[in-house]
Design a protein around this ligand. Structure first.
Ligand code: PNS
Length: 159
């Protein structure tokens, strides 16, 4: 069985993430979306909320599973019998950091990293920008799934 991990903070999941997850689901037998629990920057959504949103928006794929992880990604991969990771690459600016992590993960545990170029429609899209735009009243519909949009509005109204 060809299984791949798709790791990230997903605070919150965007349409860009969903595009990568969906395309990976077409290539692999199983995609395990690995949600980072120990996010250093203050997160807007709890891990449970991030997992709930991901579960909801990936429900249409029979071969996508959502898991949480803390510590090293390679530890998570070892525990789940995963030997490769898939990452979306938006722009050249992503490349340097992603390359370092990919090489480290290979060096540490022979975990391979496959880069998938993002749909150009989402090449500018990142969770932090979505939160900032939404916080100041900008329109993020079309950038995140509807369920995320309503949760964002709800959460920011409470701030
Ligand atoms: O969505 P993000 O925040 O860009 O995802 C980054 C993530 C979670 C993939 C990365 O920070 C990660 O793998 N963290 C786990 C800790 C780890 O393994 N660090 C060493 C990397 S070489």
């Amino acid at each position: 069985m060809h299984r791949v991990a798709c790791p990230g903070s997903f605070d919150p999941v965007t349409n860009g993430h969903l595009d990568i997850i969906g395309r990976a689901a077409g290539l692999y037998d199983e995609v395990i979306v690995a949600v980072l629990t120990n996010v250093t920057k203050r997160s807007l959504f709890t891990v449970d909320e991030r997992v709930e949103m991901l579960t909801e928006v990936t429900g249409r794929y029979g071969n996508v599973r959502i898991e949480r992880f803390g510590g090293l990604l390679v530890g998570f991969c070892a525990a789940h019998g995963i030997t490769s990771v898939i990452k979306g690459l938006r722009a050249v600016s992503d490349f340097e950091y992603e390359m370092q992590m990919a090489q480290m993960n290979y060096q540490m545990a022979k975990v391979e990293t496959l880069f998938m170029t993002t749909n150009p429609q989402y090449s500018f899209l990142r969770s932090s920008l979505v939160k900032e735009i939404a916080r100041y009243g900008g329109d993020v519909s079309g950038l995140v799934p509807d369920t995320v949009l309503s949760r964002l509005r709800q959460r920011l109204a409470q701030e």
